[in-house]
Design a protein around this ligand. Structure first.
Ligand SMILES: [Zn+2]
Length: 106
């Protein structure tokens, strides 16, 4: 299955999610599948995938602005796979039909 462009639909805001790529999508799906996301009172922690990385990251959403303390999010100020994973976890976004059945892992 070749995917050139991903489209994400934010059911709550009715907008398409920007700054996404294929690798982030599959990692976010994998994090959910492996149950690596835990919600605390007003933040989330994404735990590492064994054999893939060793860091855990903290994700927050303040006034609608999502932040993550990983290098990618901090350096580029963009949506990272951890934020995506939390949004999937909370049902804020969903992978469009077909993509979530992809067997590929990143
Ligand atoms: Zn991150």
């Amino acid at each position: 299955m070749k995917i050139k462009k991903l489209v994400w639909w934010n059911a709550k805001t009715g907008t398409l999610e920007p700054d996404l790529n294929r690798a982030q999508l599959f990692k976010a799906i994998k994090l959910n599948r492996l149950k690596k996301i835990v919600r605390f009172s007003d933040w989330w922690v994404v735990y590492p995938i064994q054999g893939y990385n060793v860091s855990k990251y903290t994700i927050r959403c303040e006034s609608g602005a999502w932040t993550c303390n990983c290098m990618y999010a901090k350096r580029y100020g963009r949506t990272c796979s951890h934020i995506l994973a939390v949004k999937l976890f909370e049902g804020i976004i969903s992978a469009n039909r077909g993509l979530s059945t992809g067997a590929e892992d990143v």
